[in-house]
Structure formats: C-alpha cells, structure tokens
Design a protein around this ligand. Structure first.
Ligand code: CMP
Length: 140
C-alpha cells in the first residue's frame, strides 16, 4: 500500500553536507519527498518527539544531539514507504548497518546515526503530525 513516513536527516548528516545525497537515495528508490523543512529543534520539542524513549539511559544524549544543530524533516511517500525507508537507512547502530545503507555510509555512532525514520504506521502518523500541518504536505 502507499504509505507516508517521517524522515529526519540528523545534525551530523546536515553538517557533513549530505542532505542532497540522502534525498537522492530516497528518490532513486521510488520514494517521493511530499513535505520538507529545516528546523533546529528546542529541548522541549526533542523531548516530546522522543518521549517514548524517556526512561532509556541514552535519552539525555539523544535530546542533546538532536538539538545540537539544524535537521531536515521530511515526509516521504510511496509504496511500502515505512519499511522501504528503514531498509535504506540500515540498522540503528552504524556498526551493524549493511554496506550501501545510509547509516553505514554516513553515520559515525549510534547517537550520531545520520537519519531517523518512523518504525510503524501508528508512529508515522504521530511523527508526521508532530512536524507538519495537512496543508504543508503535497501528496501526489
Ligand atoms: P532514532 O531512530 O532517531 O530513534 C532513537 C535514537 O536513539 C536512535 O535513532 C539512536 O540514534 C539513539 N540511540 C542511542 N542509543 C541507542 C540504543 N541503545 N538503542 C536504540 N537507539 C539508541
């Protein structure tokens, strides 16, 4: 089915000038960018976006990292978009990410891991609503 997913190009990948290459990989795989905006998240925003991880030991580092510089938030649309985006990204830990995946090619550590992508349809809906209003999404 055609789905939408939220993608974030994280501060490390923005800093290494990789926005274009990452978007090109999404596009080459058949995903379409139907919304996009550059933002520097506040601490409150990052804590709220990642609230599901609040009790995890890495939570403070995660919030610190995600607020350390601008990110590119996007909505990707396409057939099986949630799973397809996760395949393109690779494993969360770049040390475990397969060759040719974004995290293998662009990420340095499990914290600075280049990209975020929604992990389920329910999460995708919540995460898209978190960043975008309906009239900011330009579906085909
Ligand atoms: P992301 O997909 O943005 O979702 C939560 C982030 O927490 C994850 O990518 C990682 O960058 C970061 N993180 C740090 N340590 C861990 C861990 N042990 N397990 C999962 N995510 C982690």
């Amino acid at each position: 089915a055609v789905e939408r997913t939220l993608s974030i190009i994280k501060p490390d990948a923005v800093a290494r000038n990789a926005i274009g290459e990452i978007l090109a990989r999404f596009e080459r795989s058949g995903l379409r960018v139907v919304a996009a905006r550059m933002v520097q998240m506040s601490t409150e925003q990052a804590e709220s976006f990642y609230a599901v991880h609040r009790e995890r030991p890495f939570f403070n580092d995660l919030v610190g990292f995600m607020t350390s510089g601008p990110v590119l938030v996007q909505v990707l649309e396409g057939e099986d978009a949630i799973r397809k985006n996760r395949e393109i990204m690779g494993e969360t830990n770049p040390k475990e990410a397969a060759a040719g995946t974004l995290r293998h090619d662009f990420a340095e550590s499990i914290d600075a891991n280049a990209v975020h992508g929604s992990d389920s349809p329910e999460t995708a809906e919540r995460e898209i609503d978190f960043f975008f209003k309906a009239d900011e999404i330009f579906s085909r």
